[in-house]
Write a protein that binds this ligand. Structure first.
Ligand code: TGC
Ligand code: FAD
Length: 388
């Protein structure tokens, strides 16, 4: 399979350090050689390529921007480039890494006790353990503050009751970071696989994120020992802080999916002849390709700037919302346009576009829908909340 050439119309590579370029190229090679050859079959079969988890650990991908505990300790631009390359392979692979790093390792790292960090972080970083993040409930998606999952103090610990749904990695996870209401407001708990009263089932019939495990988690009088409470968690702000980490990675990841679609459509338009000339020679097609490239270039600039801000510690959640909203929408439009340029071939999985297009429908919805991010930014600039 040909090496991926990248998309860098603005020569942004000159703004990257040699370490950042090296990390990106390592992931680029990994995606070309180990993900692309197998991903369409996994997508057809609706299976997650679980055999790649230890490889992700070897490559230092899991919790790559965390320090210590066997994490790679990379900066946020290198971390973003990893997400970009993984999602060029498949959004499901990037999702796996986002959940493990931003939604499981980050809360343990940020809110966990020293014992919780020592026990879980190195194993999660090496890919020896898998985690999931349970916030969404059947009746509370965009509005997680309404959650009804409850943890009631009893004896030396808590009794957990409730249901979480649409949980990435749910049934393959060794540990679930679960958010529940307590007498002190929302707190986070580590619920270990095999805990009596904790069961999972997979959500079937997905036309999107087929190469990713999505599950429901049920807690039925589940006894959670006191030492599994994440002691630093306080209110809804704690899970929302985790979402900021994951949304930042998604903004980068969307660029990867968009690049895969653009490069495929460009090559196809050059090769495919209709009315005696290549599709790429027609002005209408050129305009589509130019629009795609422009959106990719803008998304790249946005992420690079935000990555530098994140490293300086100046980034705000609403700025991450702007990037997640913009880049995922752009990627989805690019995927739909690329699908159109391939005509009938665009609906077939001989090409990666239809898979990315379907995956991006999920990416547009999870971690805050497009419209929820509109309202988050709207609230920031007007000072008025339109949520309720
Ligand atoms: P609100 O009153 O606005 O906020 C409560 C407290 O949290 C603070 N806050 C944040 N802090 C850090 N990062 C953020 N992004 C934050 N957003 C808000 C806020 O300042 C406040 O702090 P304080 O000190 O005043 O208490 O809460 P609200 O109930 O009005 O909620 C508003 C809203 C809409 C922003 C929020 O609920 C939201 O973001 N909804 C979208 C839900 C969502 O994104 N769910 C994602 C579930 S996980 C997932 O999808 C994983 S996909 C994984 C994969 O496969 O990649
Ligand atoms: P709803 O909140 O019901 O929204 C439906 C529609 O109404 C949307 O268009 C929304 O924008 C709109 N809407 C809602 N409120 C407003 C409003 N106030 N004003 C205007 N419009 C509004 N969750 C987890 O906790 N962990 C995970 O690992 C996870 N992984 C996921 C994996 C997949 C494949 C998917 C599809 C979802 C996953 N989710 C996960 C859940 C995801 O975060 C939610 O689906 C998302 O937050 C939206 O919630 P909802 O689906 O309940 O939609």
């Amino acid at each position: 399979m040909a090496k991926f050439p990248g998309v860098d119309f603005l020569h942004l590579e000159f703004l990257l350090s040699s370490e950042e370029v090296m990390v990106r190229n390592t992931l680029r090679d990994f995606v070309d050689s180990e993900i692309l050859p197998i991903i369409e079959k996994h997508n057809r079969d609706a299976t997650f390529p679980q055999q790649l988890i230890p490889r992700l650990g070897d490559l230092g991908v899991l919790g790559a921007n965390l320090h210590g505990y066997d994490c790679a300790g990379l900066n946020n631009v290198a971390y973003g480039l990893i997400m970009q390359e993984l999602e060029r392979g498949d959004s499901g692979l990037r999702s796996f890494a986002s959940v493990q790093g931003a939604l499981v390792m980050y809360p343990i790292y940020t809110f966990g006790s020293p014992e919780q960090k020592e026990r879980w972080l190195p194993r999660l970083a090496r890919g020896e353990r898998v985690g999931c993040f349970g916030l969404t409930e059947p009746n509370f998606g965009s509005d997680p503050g309404g959650m009804i999952t409850k943890a009631v103090r009893e004896g030396g610990g808590y009794i957990l009751n409730g249901t979480k749904t649409w949980i990435t990695n749910g049934s393959i996870a060794d540990v679930a970071v679960v958010w529940a209401k307590t007498d002190e407001g929302v707190r986070g708990f580590l619920v270990e696989k095999g805990t009596p009263g904790f069961s999972t089932s997979n959500i079937e019939g997905k036309f999107s994120m087929r190469a990713s495990v999505t599950s429901q988690l049920v807690f039925d009088d589940c006894q959670i020992p006191q030492e599994n409470l994440l002691p630093g968690t306080r209110g809804l702000k704690s899970p929302l802080m985790c979402l900021s980490q994951a949304r930042y990675g998604i903004a980068w990841g969307a660029i990867g999916a968009a690049m895969a679609c653009y490069v495929t459509a460009l090559q196809y338009a050059r090769d495919r002849v209709q009315f005696g000339k290549p599709l790429a020679s027609y002005q209408l097609v050129q305009e589509k390709l130019v629009d795609m490239l422009t959106e990719i270039s803008q998304a790249q600039l946005l992420c690079l700037h935000l990555g530098r801000m994140k490293d300086q510690g100046t980034i705000q959640p609403s700025q991450i919302s702007l990037a997640k909203r913009n880049n995922v929408k752009a990627a989805l439009e690019i995927a739909r346009t690329a699908r159109d340029i391939l005509g009938a071939n665009g609906i077939c999985d001989d090409y990666p576009i239809i898979r990315h297009m379907c995956n991006l429908e999920t990416v547009n919805t999870y971690e805050g829908t497009y419209d929820i991010h509109t309202l988050i930014i709207g609230q920031e600039i007007t000072g008025i909340s339109a949520f309720r």
